[in-house]
Every structure is written in structure tokens, then in C-alpha cells.
Design a binder for this molecule. Sequence first.
Ligand SMILES: C[S@@+](CC[C@H](N)C(=O)[O-])C[C@H]1O[C@@H](n2cnc3c(N)ncnc32)[C@H](O)[C@@H]1O
Length: 259
Amino acid sequence: MTLQALVIGIGSGDPDHLTREAVEALNRVEVFLVADKGAAKHDLVKLREDLCRALITHDHYRFVEVPDPERGPDRERDATEYQGGVAAWHEARARRYAEIIAAEVDDAGTIGFLVWGDPAFYDSTIRIVKSIRELGVDLDLTVIPGISSIQLLAARHQIVLNRVGQPIHVTTGRRLLDEYSAALGDVVVMLDGELACSGLVEQFDDLMIYWGAQLGLDDEVLISGRLGEVIEKIRVSRAAVRESRGWVMDTYLLRQYRE
Ligand SMILES: C[S@@+](CC[C@H](N)C(=O)[O-])C[C@H]1O[C@@H](n2cnc3c(N)ncnc32)[C@H](O)[C@@H]1O
């Protein structure tokens, strides 16, 4: 028999942000496999559990935490080492999931992976489920989209992410300084723990930033303005959220200022 694997985009913790399709999928899952990323991320596991309590209409489901394998020191790696490190980590993670599935789930059961935001953006769950299948687990994969933090960022700031007919470049804080040029058009930055955009202030004094942290959560913060004028305010807000909650997730759009 074939195992059903549902990868479900759950937005950022607000039950109103799940589609009906996602809610219906949540209700089909028997076992949710959740990566255990240590103490700092327990809050996120709790948010996911709260969502399930709010949206699942029965009680025959359970959570199984899968301890995450150690991931090496990304910051000290160059791009090739970084890719290699991530690939090895994915493989270790897939093996761990396959072991847990064999131990915990019936062949014909339905497992669920709750993906923060949308599975299409900077999330390895789809790749990992495919790797689990390559390890010999007989499974059918279904992906249900969710509202990404990028969409929430645009909605909260009441903006369109691109200029009319122009491209949007989506990248990471790690890549921003090497990649940035005015020719890219509007740039969305994710996974930036250091506010890499502060390194652009001197060279690009016409940049605007639309920044949001904890989008969709109670402690959501939004700041926008000329990058050079608001970067310190963003830094202070970011540190305050981290201090009070123990973690912070933020994303932003960089756009050249035009009268
Ligand atoms: C591993 S990626 C996952 C992105 C997710 N799949 C999505 O669609 O939003 C994590 C990054 O997404 C962004 N992010 C996720 N949730 C966020 C939130 N609630 N508010 C602001 N940024 C968020 C941050 O840039 C964070 O570093």
C-alpha cells in the first residue's frame, strides 16, 4: 500500500490564513512529522500545534518530533562548501524521517508536513519528501500552497512587489551584497539574520525598504522608508522582538526611490 504524504503550507501562524484546501488536508493527516530544531524553535512547534487544535475537527492525529541532524557552520563556508553541506544535511534528514516513518506509521497511513508560509519559498520539505521516496518509502506526494511571508509583507505594506511589467528578484541575506545592482529591479530578501541591506546604504542612497517582522503573528512589526533613514530603527525593532520572543523572522523589499 502507498503512504500519502501531504506537504501543507500553513502561512505564519494565523488560522485565518489557511486555504480551505489546507484545512481539509490537515483533517486527513494521522501523523504530523515535525523537525525538532532545538529550544529556540519550540515556540514555532507550539504555534503549529495551536493551529491544528484550532482547525482539526477530530482527535485521531499525533505529532512526532524528528530531531534535526547537526548542520555545520554555514557562515564559514564558501558557496560550494555551503551547497555540499546543505545536501549532506538534507540526506541525513531524509534518512531520519524514513526511519521514523517505518517505526511510527502504517504503510497506508497519511503523514503531514506543516510548512511555514508556502512550500515554494526557501523550504526544503518537498525535496526531503522526494528524497524519502528515493530511499525506498512508497509514498504519494501532494503539495498544498499557503500564504508566504512575502505575500503578507506586500499585503501589510499595501504594495505590489514589482513595478509595472518589471521583474522581482528574490534572494537571501547571504547573497544580497554580491548580487545587488539597480538593474535587478525590486528585490525581496529572506533569511537575513544580519540586515545585510545596511551594506548598501552608502552606495545606493535612493533605496527604499519595506520591512516586516513576525508577519501574521501578535508581535508583527512593519517599518518602511528610505533605507539610510530607517535602518537603525529596524535594527532596534528587530533586536527588541528577538529579546522578548527569543527569535525573530523578518523579510523585506528593496526598491529604488522614484518621485
Ligand atoms: C526558511 S524561510 C521559509 C519561508 C517560508 N516558506 C515562506 O513562504 O514565508 C524563513 C524566512 O522566511 C521569512 N519569514 C518567514 N516567516 C516570516 C514572518 N512571519 N515574518 C517575516 N518573515 C518571515 C524570513 O525571511 C525567514 O528568514
